[in-house]
Design a protein around this ligand. Sequence first.
Ligand SMILES: Cc1cc2nc3c(=O)[nH]c(=O)nc-3n(C[C@H](O)[C@H](O)[C@H](O)COP(=O)(O)OP(=O)(O)OC[C@H]3O[C@@H](n4cnc5c(N)ncnc54)[C@H](O)[C@@H]3O)c2cc1C
Length: 433
Amino acid sequence: MKVRTDYHTIVIGGGCLGCASAISVQRRLLRDGDDESSVCILEKNLVGSGLTARHSGIVRSANAVPVAARLAKIAADQWHSLENLWGVAASFDACGAIWIARDNGQGGNAKWDSLEQRMREMSIDFHKVDASDARAVLPHFVKLYDDELYYLEPGALQFDPTTFRNVLYKALEQNSVQMREKTEVVAFERNEDGSIAAVLTKDGDRLACSHVVNAAGPWSPAIFAPIGLSVPVSAEPVCVVNWLTSYSDIESVFPIIADYINLAYFRLWRDNEIHMHQPRKRVLRETARAFAESPLSVVGADFVNDPTNQGLGYSQIRVYEEISRHRFDNIGQSVYGSGYKSYFDITPDLKFILGPDHRVSNLVHCLGAGQAFKYTPVFGEIVADFVCGGENYAPLAAEFSIARFDQAYMNDFWERVSGIDNSLEAEAEASAL
Ligand SMILES: Cc1cc2nc3c(=O)[nH]c(=O)nc-3n(C[C@H](O)[C@H](O)[C@H](O)COP(=O)(O)OP(=O)(O)OC[C@H]3O[C@@H](n4cnc5c(N)ncnc54)[C@H](O)[C@@H]3O)c2cc1C
């Protein structure tokens, strides 16, 4: 078969978001009578080998950002009927989630109760349950305390990321998406109006296209810097540990535990392990620091793939053990099974970058901000709306345009990295709080 060198759409990056974008665009084109194989993914390593290889596979909808919650709800429904959307189904546990929050007095916590209220208004089932109800759905080795509140999200799902990689491959094949692995994008050829005429690869290929989708996560800054486009994404390290437990302890799949007292997510992992990691740091100063302290991440993210950057230190495992002991009474007898360092893709405001680039007319971004696996199917549909023209999902991306990171925003942001907010005095003040 002759290999094509011109495409309707080229997607850079074969992670979950790049694959979803390619599949959704290809299906729209086929639906509209276009010829087959007019979408191509360029992936410099292997499909699903970036951040998509090392996440926790948790899909939950409750979110303090209303439009993010709405998108998550749409995505959760789409996961259930993925076969209609992608032509292949995905397997997952419909395990639900228990969120644990601090009781700020009289059985309440205003912030969490208001989240419950907002979720109800959006038809997302996220409701407070009492300790005995929480006890009933959690395994006996989970410790509960008097000063805690519990919220149940019955619709939460959990995936096995390794199995899900296979779904990505199958769906690309099923939908005739061209997939070029081990193909690195190194440059662009531009038209007179600044739009992208062709993508150039490290192997010396020139691939012409009408549209480009950037789904290269934290590698994006390095790809677009040579043509003068800043894409503010960085990578924040996070540790992951899997504790072996006794198979006889696990009676059935138990809910994901989003523990906001110990700041950790726990889930059942491959039937006999407890998987844990801590959430993204949310303080703006810390986020800015991730950009400042990992200067490499601003121009490239290959350190993510370097095995020497994936190992865990002894003390880090001990810290996680302490946290886990607070929540589980079987961790004392548990054995460290495996662990690794992974990376959150983060933007300055921790929100996604979705939609067209205001500087290059045929470039669309699809970037996650540390919590994007769950949105995979709906993000693909959003990208397809932007590329093929559609209104079903694109309006939901309005607040995630890259245009929000204008010069004034970035000046203010960098001031937090190098300016007064990052001085020794500010440090002392913060630690005194
Ligand atoms: C520990 C941990 C737990 C997480 N748990 C969850 C969770 O439970 N639920 C959830 O929703 N999210 C979770 N996340 C977040 C989630 O992993 C990411 O948001 C998501 O995987 C991002 O996918 P992506 O497709 O954007 O990125 P990636 O999978 O990194 O894809 C980008 C791809 O671009 C490729 N690329 C880079 N440069 C080039 C180039 N020049 N040419 C061609 N290709 C290139 C890379 O090789 C890579 O494969 C977690 C993250 C971490 C770190």
